[in-house]
Ligand binder design. Structure first.
Ligand code: ZN
Ligand code: ZN
Length: 258
């Protein structure tokens, strides 16, 4: 079953990535330039990360997922509710946990070194969703492992969450023009391109805020929903504008003393 679910996840990833990439040519908000260079450079990240993440995937996440799926332990199994309610609670706890990991990535100096590589991008489009430092992904694997075990998460719920997270990341990084009304209505519930653009501003006011990944409710509950003006939204990244491209420069960037 796990092979089938992983194939479904990969298919969703490729299909939606391609759809967003094509839509960006016709409905661009910012007219992102160097699109093919960006695709090539960020694909290098994706390939490198996918190959290396096979190791924790096979030896850490997958074994605990199988144990958790079969076992009779964890918070969800303790609740006397049906599978659908278990799935909803599990999904929301995963989304809430990754809200806090993202928040810590910005407020903890050590974690920021790695997450900063994502923010070194001076533009934002669907390819930005591929741009993560391998150490950040390893740390998130550890959190996933802890969550799977403590919740007693079923495999199907975990893979479903991974698919939705991946599609949400592609959508909210994409350079797609939505009407202001559509964006406003959607952002009451989910992270939209405009909402996540506020998070990618050089301006610290909106960058150190807007941490939600799927549902925006967490920013509302924990007081981290902050708007940005058009000027801020036109100036994305961090103050250092020199490291947008360069694979090895980005890989070693967190280890360079600043
Ligand atoms: Zn961030
Ligand atoms: Zn982002």
């Amino acid at each position: 079953m796990i092979d089938v679910l992983m194939n479904i996840k990969f298919t969703f990833f490729i299909v939606f990535f391609t759809v967003f990439f094509i839509l960006e040519f016709f409905f661009s908000q910012r007219q992102t330039n160097k699109k093919l260079l960006r695709l090539f450079f960020h694909s290098l990240f994706a390939i490198f990360n996918t190959i290396l993440m096979r190791i924790p995937g096979l030896f850490l996440v997958l074994p605990v997922l199988l144990i958790s799926n079969e076992g009779n332990f964890g918070l969800l199994k303790m609740l006397d509710v049906n599978f659908i309610i278990q799935a909803i609670i599990g999904f929301l706890i995963l989304d809430l946990s990754f809200y806090w990991l993202h928040r810590l990535n910005h407020t903890n100096d050590f974690l920021w070194r790695f997450h900063r590589v994502h923010h070194l991008d001076t533009q934002m489009d669907v390819t930005t969703s591929l741009r993560f430092h391998i150490v950040e992904l390893l740390i998130s694997s550890v959190l996933k492992t802890v969550l799977i075990l403590s919740l007693g998460l079923p495999i199907s719920v975990f893979i479903f969450y991974e698919i939705i997270l991946s599609l949400s990341a592609q959508f909210h990084h994409s350079d797609i023009r939505l009407s202001d009304k559509a964006d406003t209505v959607l952002s009451y519930f989910i992270v939209t391109p405009k909402y996540h653009t506020n998070h990618h501003t050089v301006s610290m006011y909106s960058r150190n805020a807007n941490y939600s990944s799927i549902f925006t409710v967490w920013d509302n509950i924990f007081g981290s929903k902050k708007g940005a003006n058009e000027v801020d939204r036109d100036y994305l990244g961090v103050n250092d504008r020199t490291k947008e491209f360069g694979f090895f420069i980005n890989l070693k960037e967190p280890f360079v003393n600043k």
